[in-house]
Design a protein around this ligand. Structure first.
Ligand code: NAP
Length: 179
């Protein structure tokens, strides 16, 4: 996806088909937060991984949203959601670590804000969502939420009032996360 080839292929396959909700979910940590954090420390940074993370977590979501503007405009929901992370909050960063992943999600949040401005005249809203620490390959076994509960809450938030304001960063309760 990061190369753009599959994004172009998807856009061509969709043609003019309307999209009500674009959920930009794909993301990369480089293994699991629980077991692979050592690749993102001061001493152990894997710089190739950092490059790949920026490609998948920042550039690809921008590219996908940019490529699908006319589809979103034709849809009824007109909403693009960027799957961010609590780890992308600069204000809430108390623990350091995970520099590659954290910086990618902070950059993604900037993309959300910027696109919310650029796409306002098209009627398209763009929000960042923090899906909570969830037991996936990325989140690891010790995470707070199982996937069913995380997704149930995500759906509730996406259907609710929180996503009616563009350019925001919200959590699983629809509450604002400090940037
Ligand atoms: N789990 C958590 O605790 C947590 C917390 C905060 C935010 N998030 C965010 O939530 C989203 C989903 O994460 P997850 O927990 O479900 O992680 P995951 O289990 O590691 O799944 C990541 C997903 O992203 C896809 N992906 C990765 N690189 C890709 C690429 N180059 N092209 C296309 N697809 C790619 C993967 O596809 P393949 O399976 O085909 O590789 C997979 O479907 C991510 O954006 C993540 O940053 C997760």
């Amino acid at each position: 996806m990061a190369s753009g080839v599959s994004i172009d292929a998807l856009a061509e396959r969709l043609g003019e088909e309307p999209i009500d909700l674009l959920l930009n979910n794909a993301g990369l940590y480089g293994g699991s937060w629980a077991t692979d954090a050592a690749r993102q420390t001061v001493d152990g940074m894997d710089y190739d991984l950092w490059h790949r993370i920026m490609g998948v977590n920042v550039i690809a979501p921008f590219r996908l949203a940019a490529r699908l503007v006319s589809n979103l405009q034709a849809g009824t929901g007109k909403l693009a959601v960027m799957m961010s992370s609590d780890l992308g909050s600069i204000a809430n960063n108390q623990h350091g670590q995970s520099h590659a992943y954290r910086s990618s999600k902070a950059a993604l949040n900037m993309v959300t804000k910027g696109l919310s401005i650029d796409l306002e005249s098209s009627g398209i809203k763009v929000v960042s969502l923090a899906p909570g620490w969830t037991r996936t390959e990325l989140g690891g076994e010790g995470a707070q939420w199982d996937t069913d509960e995380s997704v149930r809450r995500q759906r509730q938030v996406l259907a609710g009032a929180a996503t009616r304001v563009s350019g925001t960063f919200i959590d699983l309760n629809g509450q604002a996360v400090p940037w």
